[in-house]
Design a protein around this ligand. Structure first.
Ligand code: AMP
Ligand code: GLY
Length: 430
């Protein structure tokens, strides 16, 4: 049977999901709040709708006779879109609202880890009283990460000793009106992401990826949704060992065991510390940008994963090409604090050369594609080595130019990768 796959979401991650299904035995339908021109070109139909409105999504799923849905972003999961689809008889690859709390409620996430003895949980406390949280900061021996419990698009966390002083941290808590705050031990190490495909109690993991959250080169500036990312030709990243990878996968496995009936992607963001991997957070979906590193090198048909998940079968073993990938986002100038929209995008899927181009939040007008106030587009180089992949990505950025755009040219460059290796060696006392 030819499947009708409904894709929900209109970012770079969803463009990567659309491409992964482009040559599969399915017709792709897409819906999102923004019309993503890359997805629109691949899909049989693209509907612009409120993607956090379960009823609107279910109506569209019925109209296109969807047989499977893939929920890309976290906001629809948090809004119960997967639940609504399932109640309407459409299998959703994405967790139900309750299980998506592993991402959408950081206080729940930490409690869940400690109650289920999942390894890799940092010391933490949760607070719903501002002054109690400030007092804890005063009394705690060491630096803390301040995390609002709810979704903030990766931009709500402030790390004492890194981005802010204890005084600034307290001021941040007092000035923002977050209902609940998690304070946790500041972890020192190198960050990495491992995404797991999960269904029917089974888990299949992808190669590790390193994202770059900070807006400016050299890891300076405010946190963003992610400025770019790389993965190596092996499952590991250059600064980690096979044992580190296995230890992180064990954490993901323990989490899936405890989260009975979870389905979709479980994204583990880890800090590789001198004591091994610790969990920074879980997400209930692919990473953006990390999906753009992972899906282009996935050689197994993603549709086979989706149908096996739906049909209660064993998930296929996943094959990934032994290739390195480097993804770089172009974002509007001033992003994320003061983004300036309206620059014309000068690169397209043809002129990107050997790189893959993924659209994110752009606006397609009669005379071209323009930036909005969120991340605009990403280019991805894929090659045998990181150096070659990085060059391919840079060549595409050169075509794009930098009029009205900002990008981090340092991502995936040998210098920065070497700094990561040296940092880990120093922490481990090698
Ligand atoms: P999150 O929104 O949880 O992904 O956090 C955003 C960023 O804050 C992460 O990518 C880390 O760089 C940093 N961060 C979060 N939690 C911690 C922690 N416990 N220790 C150190 N850095 C952290
Ligand atoms: N790249 C970080 C995220 O998707 O949350």
């Amino acid at each position: 049977m030819r499947e009708n796959v409904l894709l929900i979401g209109g970012g770079g991650r969803e463009h990567a999901i659309a491409r992964a299904l482009e040559d599969s035995e399915c017709d792709l339908y897409a819906c999102a709040g923004n019309r993503n021109p890359g997805i629109a070109r691949i899909a049989t139909d693209f509907e612009t709708l409120e993607e956090t409105d379960p009823e609107a999504v279910v109506d569209y799923a019925a109209e296109v006779e969807a047989t499977i849905a893939v929920v890309g972003p976290e906001a629809p999961l948090d809004a119960g879109v997967a639940d609504a689809l399932e109640e309407a008889g459409v299998y959703a690859f994405g967790p139900r609202q309750e299980q998506a709390r592993i991402e959408t409620d950081k206080a729940f996430q930490r409690r869940f880890m400690s109650e289920n003895d999942i390894p890799g949980c940092p010391d933490y406390e949760t607070f719903d009283d501002v002054e109690a949280a400030c007092e804890f900061i005063d009394e705690y021996d060491g630096d803390l990460a301040i995390k609002p419990a709810g979704l903030t698009g990766g931009k709500g966390v402030k790390v004492i000793g890194d981005q802010v002083t204890p005084e600034e941290g307290k001021e941040y808590i007092r000035e923002s009106d977050y209902e609940r705050i998690v304070l946790e031990e500041r972890l020192i190490g190198e960050e990495l992401t491992i995404q797991a495909f999960v269904a029917n109690g089974e888990i299949r993991t992808a190669p590790a990826v390193q994202d770059h959250k900070r807006a400016y080169e050299g890891d300076e500036g405010p946190n963003t949704g992610g400025m770019g990312s790389y993965s190596d030709a092996t499952r590991e990243l250059p600064f980690m060992s096979e044992e580190d990878y296995e230890a992180a996968v064990e954490i993901l496995e323990a989490t899936v065991d405890a989260l009975e009936g979870y389905k979709g992607i479980l994204y583990g963001q880890f800090m590789l510390t001198a004591e091994g991997p610790k969990v920074i957070e879980f997400n209930a979906r692919f990473g953006d940008p990390e999906a753009m590193n992972t899906l282009p090198v996935l050689e197994t048909d993603f549709l086979d994963v989706l149908t096996a998940a739906r049909d209660g079968e064993d998930l296929p073993d996943l094959e990934f090409a032994d290739q390195a990938t480097v993804c770089k986002y172009a974002v509007p100038e001033g992003y994320p604090t003061d983004p300036e929209a309206g620059a014309k995008v000068q690169v397209d899927e043809e002129s990107a050369g050997d790189a893959l181009l993924y659209y994110a939040s752009v606006d397609e007008r009669d005379d071209g594609i323009y930036t909005t106030t969120s991340r605009s587009f990403a280019v991805v180089g894929i090659a045998n080595t990181l150096d070659e992949a990085e060059e391919i990505a840079e060549d595409a950025l050169a075509v794009a130019g930098d009029e009205g755009l900002h990008m981090r040219h340092d991502i995936g460059k040998a210098d920065l990768v070497q700094q990561r290796i040296d940092h880990m060696a120093e922490l481990r006392g090698d």
